[in-house]
Design a protein around this ligand. Structure first.
Ligand code: DGY
Length: 319
């Protein structure tokens, strides 16, 4: 007889799952698609722990349906699907996975910037479709070298992107709610939001989704950018008004967007954004490498097991 009962709304890497299986009876949703709400609430009736996923709303209703719940852990750094106040009010610690995905998300973010600047996927399409014939016009891009990168949300991932950009010879400015004390050491310059919009050749969004960042890129913000601006979002889709982004791209308000996140997500294949020639979209894969997802899984299992045992979690948002 195992001491704990847990519910998992998605999977973890095998070694983390094995660590949980040693101590827990597990009800695990295998899909397809997200777990139906009723199924989840039913499973939670006698659960001690929950391993949640970003596609599940963790709110007062869910917590009320889970009278024995002692801990929630999620394999992501972002937790905009979770009502942290409600968890705290119920005395339920919530663990996430900061730190372990920083370099991986920074790689993907910078890869999107480079792929957009150099039109990598246009080139590949040309090769695949047989349009690469002698003398054919090949896709031309722009140089990041010597240009200004504006980072909105200069946390750990932002500063890892800044390092990559500086290695490419870019000048890096950033905007946060407050100026970082280490910006001299980072070689970056703090600017006001509007200044960043006006000065940047490339804009990278890494700010977490919250009530204040939802929709922060709307018509007004795109209107303040250079018509030659490249817009890269690797944070959360709803930080951007998708309609406003679409219009800015369609009308030449900005030059190009490279997105790892969209609103809605997944983006339906017939969405007008996808038909534009100046967009590159990846399916929310910022942290999707085997090594990093393994580390995120391990940290999620460690958070859950610590919470179940009533011990401090390695990474707790509301301790
Ligand atoms: C995160 O960890 O928040 C990434 O977006 C992956 O979900």
């Amino acid at each position: 007889m195992k001491p704990y009962k847990i519910v998992m709304t998605g999977s973890l890497y095998p070694q983390a799952l094995a660590a949980l299986e040693e101590q827990c009876e597990i009800k695990k949703w295998e899909g397809p698609g997200p777990i139906p709400r009723e199924q989840l609430l039913d499973w939670l009736q006698d659960a001690d722990g929950l391993v949640s996923t970003g596609n599940v709303k963790v709110d007062g209703e869910l917590l009320a349906a889970a009278p024995q719940l002692r801990v929630i852990a999620q394999s992501s750094v972002g937790y905009d699907n979770v009502d942290i106040q409600a968890c705290t009010a119920k005395g339920v610690p919530f663990g996430n996975t900061p730190g372990v995905l920083v370099e991986t998300v920074a790689d993907l973010t910078y890869a999107l910037l480079l792929a957009a600047a150099r039109r990598i996927h246009d080139g590949w399409e040309m090769v695949k479709s047989g349009r690469w014939t002698p003398g054919a016009a090949v896709p031309f891009g722009v140089d990041p070298y010597g240009k200004t990168l504006g980072i909105v949300g200069m946390g750990d991932i932002g500063s890892a992107v800044a390092r990559r950009a500086q290695a490419s010879g870019m000048n890096v400015i950033y905007h946060n709610r407050s100026r970082r004390e280490d910006d001299q050491a980072l070689g970056t310059r703090y600017v006001q939001f509007d200044e960043l919009l006006a000065e940047s050749d490339f804009i990278v969004v890494l700010v977490p989704l919250s009530a204040s960042s939802k929709g922060m890129f709307d018509r007004d913000q795109f209107a303040k950018m250079k018509p030659s601006a490249y817009f890269i979002n690797a944070s959360r889709g709803s930080i951007v008004n998708t309609e406003a982004l679409y219009e800015a791209l369609r009308t030449g308000g900005i030059a190009y967007a490279a997105l790892d996140v969209t609103d809605p997500e997944p983006l339906p294949v017939d969405h007008p954004l996808i038909a534009l020639p100046n967009v590159l979209i990846t399916p929310h894969v910022g942290s999707a490498t085997h090594e990093t997802r393994g580390r995120m899984s391990d940290l999620t299992a460690a958070n859950l097991l610590a919470g179940l045992a009533g011990k401090p979690m390695p990474a707790c948002v509301n301790s």
